[in-house]
Design a protein around this ligand. Structure first.
Ligand code: GSH
Length: 201
Protein backbone atom coordinates (compact mmCIF):
# COMPACT_ATOMS: atom_id res chain seq x y z
CA UNK A 1 0.00 0.00 0.00
CA UNK A 2 0.99 3.62 -0.42
CA UNK A 3 0.13 6.52 1.85
CA UNK A 4 0.51 10.01 0.42
CA UNK A 5 1.25 12.65 3.03
CA UNK A 6 2.80 16.03 3.61
CA UNK A 7 5.19 16.38 6.55
CA UNK A 8 3.11 19.15 8.12
CA UNK A 9 -0.40 17.73 7.68
CA UNK A 10 -1.96 16.88 11.06
CA UNK A 11 -4.53 14.66 9.31
CA UNK A 12 -1.79 12.67 7.61
CA UNK A 13 0.04 12.51 10.94
CA UNK A 14 -2.92 10.71 12.53
CA UNK A 15 -2.68 8.01 9.84
CA UNK A 16 1.11 7.81 10.22
CA UNK A 17 0.74 7.33 13.97
CA UNK A 18 -1.81 4.55 13.46
CA UNK A 19 0.63 2.84 11.06
CA UNK A 20 3.40 2.97 13.68
CA UNK A 21 1.16 1.94 16.57
CA UNK A 22 -0.12 -1.02 14.52
CA UNK A 23 3.41 -1.86 13.32
CA UNK A 24 2.35 -1.75 9.67
CA UNK A 25 5.47 0.08 8.45
CA UNK A 26 6.66 -2.77 6.25
CA UNK A 27 3.32 -2.90 4.42
CA UNK A 28 2.90 0.77 3.62
CA UNK A 29 5.16 3.06 1.63
CA UNK A 30 4.91 6.66 2.84
CA UNK A 31 5.17 9.11 -0.05
CA UNK A 32 5.42 12.92 0.26
CA UNK A 33 2.90 14.63 -2.00
CA UNK A 34 3.12 18.11 -3.51
CA UNK A 35 -0.12 19.77 -2.46
CA UNK A 36 -1.38 23.30 -3.18
CA UNK A 37 0.67 23.67 -6.33
CA UNK A 38 -0.80 24.47 -9.74
CA UNK A 39 -0.50 21.41 -11.99
CA UNK A 40 1.04 19.24 -9.27
CA UNK A 41 1.63 15.71 -10.59
CA UNK A 42 -0.09 14.55 -7.38
CA UNK A 43 -3.45 15.66 -8.84
CA UNK A 44 -3.20 12.77 -11.30
CA UNK A 45 -3.00 10.39 -8.33
CA UNK A 46 -5.60 12.08 -6.12
CA UNK A 47 -7.71 14.62 -8.02
CA UNK A 48 -8.86 16.31 -4.79
CA UNK A 49 -5.20 17.13 -4.08
CA UNK A 50 -5.61 16.39 -0.38
CA UNK A 51 -3.60 14.23 1.99
CA UNK A 52 -3.71 11.73 3.55
CA UNK A 53 -4.52 9.45 0.63
CA UNK A 54 -4.16 5.68 0.83
CA UNK A 55 -3.75 3.47 -2.20
CA UNK A 56 -4.76 0.00 -1.16
CA UNK A 57 -3.14 -3.20 -2.38
CA UNK A 58 -5.99 -3.59 -4.88
CA UNK A 59 -5.07 -0.21 -6.37
CA UNK A 60 -8.11 1.63 -5.07
CA UNK A 61 -7.47 5.01 -3.44
CA UNK A 62 -9.17 6.33 -0.30
CA UNK A 63 -9.39 9.81 1.23
CA UNK A 64 -10.24 11.01 4.74
CA UNK A 65 -8.07 10.28 7.74
CA UNK A 66 -10.88 8.64 9.73
CA UNK A 67 -11.67 6.19 6.92
CA UNK A 68 -7.99 5.50 6.27
CA UNK A 69 -7.31 4.90 9.97
CA UNK A 70 -10.29 2.55 10.30
CA UNK A 71 -9.13 0.62 7.22
CA UNK A 72 -5.54 0.36 8.46
CA UNK A 73 -6.71 -0.62 11.92
CA UNK A 74 -8.71 -3.52 10.49
CA UNK A 75 -6.29 -5.00 7.97
CA UNK A 76 -4.58 -7.21 10.55
CA UNK A 77 -7.95 -8.50 11.81
CA UNK A 78 -7.24 -7.14 15.29
CA UNK A 79 -8.59 -3.60 15.44
CA UNK A 80 -7.23 -1.53 18.32
CA UNK A 81 -9.13 1.70 17.71
CA UNK A 82 -12.75 0.65 17.24
CA UNK A 83 -15.08 2.44 19.65
CA UNK A 84 -16.46 0.03 22.24
CA UNK A 85 -20.18 -0.79 22.21
CA UNK A 86 -22.64 0.95 24.52
CA UNK A 87 -22.68 4.34 26.24
CA UNK A 88 -18.87 4.60 26.23
CA UNK A 89 -18.96 4.81 22.45
CA UNK A 90 -20.76 8.16 22.55
CA UNK A 91 -18.21 9.63 24.93
CA UNK A 92 -15.32 8.50 22.77
CA UNK A 93 -16.98 9.76 19.62
CA UNK A 94 -17.89 13.06 21.29
CA UNK A 95 -14.28 13.59 22.39
CA UNK A 96 -12.89 12.65 18.99
CA UNK A 97 -15.29 15.10 17.33
CA UNK A 98 -14.15 17.85 19.72
CA UNK A 99 -10.50 17.15 18.94
CA UNK A 100 -11.23 17.12 15.20
CA UNK A 101 -13.14 20.37 15.48
CA UNK A 102 -10.10 21.97 17.10
CA UNK A 103 -7.85 20.52 14.39
CA UNK A 104 -10.12 21.79 11.59
CA UNK A 105 -9.89 25.35 12.94
CA UNK A 106 -6.13 25.11 13.35
CA UNK A 107 -5.80 23.80 9.79
CA UNK A 108 -7.69 26.84 8.47
CA UNK A 109 -5.40 29.07 10.54
CA UNK A 110 -2.23 27.35 9.22
CA UNK A 111 -3.50 27.63 5.66
CA UNK A 112 -4.06 31.36 6.12
CA UNK A 113 -0.56 31.83 7.54
CA UNK A 114 0.91 29.95 4.57
CA UNK A 115 -0.51 32.56 2.17
CA UNK A 116 1.59 35.57 1.13
CA UNK A 117 1.26 38.21 3.86
CA UNK A 118 -0.75 40.63 1.70
CA UNK A 119 -3.32 37.90 0.97
CA UNK A 120 -3.94 36.92 4.60
CA UNK A 121 -7.31 37.77 6.10
CA UNK A 122 -6.99 39.45 9.52
CA UNK A 123 -10.60 38.42 10.16
CA UNK A 124 -9.86 34.74 9.64
CA UNK A 125 -6.62 34.93 11.65
CA UNK A 126 -8.47 36.56 14.57
CA UNK A 127 -11.38 34.15 14.35
CA UNK A 128 -9.18 31.04 14.38
CA UNK A 129 -6.95 32.39 17.16
CA UNK A 130 -10.06 32.98 19.28
CA UNK A 131 -11.46 29.55 18.50
CA UNK A 132 -8.18 27.88 19.46
CA UNK A 133 -8.18 29.70 22.83
CA UNK A 134 -11.73 28.59 23.61
CA UNK A 135 -10.92 25.03 22.60
CA UNK A 136 -7.77 24.94 24.75
CA UNK A 137 -9.84 26.16 27.73
CA UNK A 138 -12.40 23.45 27.07
CA UNK A 139 -9.74 20.74 26.75
CA UNK A 140 -8.10 21.80 30.00
CA UNK A 141 -11.30 20.48 31.61
CA UNK A 142 -12.01 17.52 29.30
CA UNK A 143 -8.47 16.18 29.57
CA UNK A 144 -9.38 14.55 32.90
CA UNK A 145 -12.01 12.41 31.16
CA UNK A 146 -11.09 8.73 31.68
CA UNK A 147 -11.09 8.16 27.92
CA UNK A 148 -8.31 10.72 27.52
CA UNK A 149 -6.21 8.98 30.17
CA UNK A 150 -6.76 5.32 29.28
CA UNK A 151 -5.62 3.13 26.39
CA UNK A 152 -4.59 5.02 23.26
CA UNK A 153 -7.55 5.97 21.06
CA UNK A 154 -8.30 8.25 18.14
CA UNK A 155 -9.58 11.06 20.35
CA UNK A 156 -6.18 11.17 22.06
CA UNK A 157 -4.23 10.88 18.79
CA UNK A 158 -6.31 13.61 17.12
CA UNK A 159 -6.00 16.01 20.05
CA UNK A 160 -2.24 15.49 20.34
CA UNK A 161 -1.82 16.09 16.59
CA UNK A 162 -3.92 19.27 16.87
CA UNK A 163 -1.90 20.63 19.81
CA UNK A 164 1.34 19.69 18.05
CA UNK A 165 0.54 22.26 15.38
CA UNK A 166 2.12 24.87 17.64
CA UNK A 167 5.43 23.72 16.14
CA UNK A 168 4.39 25.36 12.86
CA UNK A 169 2.29 28.23 14.14
CA UNK A 170 4.12 30.43 16.65
CA UNK A 171 0.89 32.34 17.40
CA UNK A 172 -0.83 29.17 18.62
CA UNK A 173 0.35 29.42 22.23
CA UNK A 174 -2.00 27.06 23.99
CA UNK A 175 0.26 25.94 26.86
CA UNK A 176 0.01 29.05 29.06
CA UNK A 177 -2.83 28.69 31.54
CA UNK A 178 -3.41 25.03 30.62
CA UNK A 179 -1.11 23.04 32.91
CA UNK A 180 -3.05 19.76 32.79
CA UNK A 181 -3.24 19.84 29.01
CA UNK A 182 0.47 20.67 28.77
CA UNK A 183 1.35 17.78 31.03
CA UNK A 184 -0.89 15.38 29.07
CA UNK A 185 0.63 16.55 25.79
CA UNK A 186 4.15 16.03 27.13
CA UNK A 187 3.33 12.39 27.86
CA UNK A 188 1.77 11.85 24.44
CA UNK A 189 4.65 13.56 22.64
CA UNK A 190 7.09 11.17 24.30
CA UNK A 191 5.46 8.12 22.67
CA UNK A 192 7.69 6.74 19.90
CA UNK A 193 4.95 7.07 17.25
CA UNK A 194 4.42 10.76 18.10
CA UNK A 195 8.12 11.57 18.32
CA UNK A 196 8.75 9.93 14.93
CA UNK A 197 6.03 11.99 13.22
CA UNK A 198 6.49 15.36 14.96
CA UNK A 199 6.26 18.28 12.54
CA UNK A 200 9.39 20.35 12.06
CA UNK A 201 9.17 23.94 13.28
N1 GSH B 1 -10.98 15.82 6.31
C1 GSH B 1 -9.71 15.50 5.70
C2 GSH B 1 -8.83 16.74 5.72
C3 GSH B 1 -7.59 16.58 4.87
C4 GSH B 1 -6.92 17.94 4.59
O1 GSH B 1 -7.54 19.01 4.67
N2 GSH B 1 -5.63 17.88 4.26
C5 GSH B 1 -4.89 19.08 3.92
C6 GSH B 1 -3.53 19.08 4.61
S1 GSH B 1 -3.67 19.34 6.32
C7 GSH B 1 -4.61 19.11 2.44
O2 GSH B 1 -4.36 18.09 1.85
N3 GSH B 1 -4.64 20.29 1.81
C8 GSH B 1 -4.31 20.45 0.43
C9 GSH B 1 -5.37 21.16 -0.34
O3 GSH B 1 -6.38 21.57 0.26
O4 GSH B 1 -5.23 21.30 -1.55
C10 GSH B 1 -9.07 14.33 6.46
O5 GSH B 1 -9.43 14.11 7.63
O6 GSH B 1 -8.26 13.60 5.89
Amino acid sequence: MKLYITAGSPYARIARIVILEKRLQSRIEIIPAQTRLADSPYYRINPSGRVPYLIRDDGVGMEESTLICAYLDHIDGAPAFDVPAGEQAWELRRLEALARSMMDGLAVWSREIARPENERSPTILRHEAGRSERMADLWEKEIDHPAMRGALNLAQITLACALGLDARNPDFRWRAGHPKLSDWFGQMAARASFAATAPAA
